[in-house]
Design a protein around this ligand. Structure first.
Ligand SMILES: Nc1ncnc2c1ncn2[C@@H]1O[C@H](COP(=O)(O)OP(=O)(O)OP(=O)(O)O)[C@@H](O)[C@H]1O
Ligand SMILES: [Mg+2]
Length: 319
């Protein structure tokens, strides 16, 4: 069975793609077969960070052309055991996937054969991104230590929790309606705290509250703190942990800390990922540690979610 690791962020430009490329190499160097998939469909650039030329068909072909399998798009990289599926920034409209297209893509990814499948996602809280993040219960969230990035990471996690709960109840159910009303503040007499939601669900449907707790506890997103410049960065990172625990009741775990490095721009220009050119640098060692940490995580089943195209309208506007 493959382990799918989606890599997301609230704010853009925090280093997801650099991280995905280098993590793929670090895992492959540990003897694992890895497929890194560029799912930042609006502005794909994972190939650049892997040092590969952009001349192969990618996800756009799978979406728009008939009879093309995801396997047939797999490209070899210069690193043994590391493979790559390109995105498609050239095809317009790919970033807003229709629901059935998204399902086709998710099933295709789940059926790929590899030890690890890394998904480099776009930034932000659109449903496409969150639904890709929810393919697994152990996605990674990359953030930098800046307050804006930390707040965006928090908003991402909160939106993800709402979306995950919403999708865990059947389409057109009363539970979904309650979550929708909760978000749009149509419920009287509540302080609209996420932590109240299980109890409110229990009130309308016995067992629904327990179900909500089980779902919330089944998600273990992990944080990567990137581009840290000093020890204060770690303190800011633990703030995120505190607000997540206090406001949405989830226990966050930090899986790695990566320092800012001046070597990065040269590595991109030279098209040689830093874990290959400088394995003993702080960056290289961090990536090796993080890949080692990932190998020791006990992976659980993916979240139990209904397939449906019912969305909470403009969820992002309410959070
Ligand atoms: N540890 C680091 N040290 C120095 N620079 C870094 C580090 N990590 C990433 N960068 C730089 O940050 C910039 C953004 O990186 P990257 O493209 O990976 O971010 P991203 O989160 O994938 O962005 P987007 O949201 O646009 O997809 C790049 O210029 C990269 O060189
Ligand atoms: Mg990126």
């Amino acid at each position: 069975m493959n382990t799918i690791i989606p890599i997301a962020s609230g704010k853009g430009g925090v280093g997801k793609t650099i991280f995905t490329a280098n993590l793929g190499i670090a895992l492959a160097n540990k003897g694992k077969t890895v497929i890194a998939i560029d799912l930042d469909l609006g502005s794909s650039n994972l190939h650049t960070c892997l040092g590969i030329k952009n001349r192969h068909p990618g996800i756009g072909s799978f979406i728009y052309k008939k009879g093309i399998s995801l396997e047939s798009l797999i490209v070899k990289t210069d690193t043994d055991r590391l493979y790559f599926i390109p995105g498609d920034s050239l095809l317009p409209g790919t970033a807003n996937l229709q629901y059935f297209v998204k399902q086709k893509l998710i099933r295709g990814i789940q059926n790929l054969v590899a030890d690890y499948i890394l998904l480099d996602l776009g930034a932000g809280t659109s449903y496409n991104i969150i639904d890709f993040f929810l393919i697994s219960n152990t996605g990674l969230l990359v953030t930098t230590p800046e307050t804006t990035a930390i707040l965006s990471a928090y908003a991402f996690l909160k939106t993800t929790m709402f979306r995950m709960l919403f999708r865990s109840y059947p389409p057109k159910s009363r539970e979904r309606e309650l979550i929708h009303n909760f978000l749009t503040e149509k419920l009287e007499g509540t302080d609209n705290s996420f932590l109240n939601l299980p109890e409110l669900l229990e009130n309308i449907s016995p067992g629904a509250g327990e179900h909500a707790h089980t779902q919330i506890n089944s998600l273990y997103p992990r944080i990567v703190l990137n581009m840290g410049r000093n020890k204060q960065a770690i303190a800011l990172g633990s703030k995120l942990r505190q607000i997540c625990k206090k406001n949405i009741g989830i226990n966050m775990e930090f899986i790695g800390y990566i320092e800012y490095t001046d070597q990065m721009s040269a590595s991109i220009i030279n098209r040689i990922p830093l874990v290959l050119s400088s394995p003993d640098s702080q960056f290289g060692r961090s990536l090796t540690t993080i890949s080692g940490n990932l190998l020791h995580i006990g992976y659980q089943d993916k979240p139990k979610l209904y397939d449906s195209n019912e969305d909470i309208k403009n969820l992002g506007d309410f959070i």
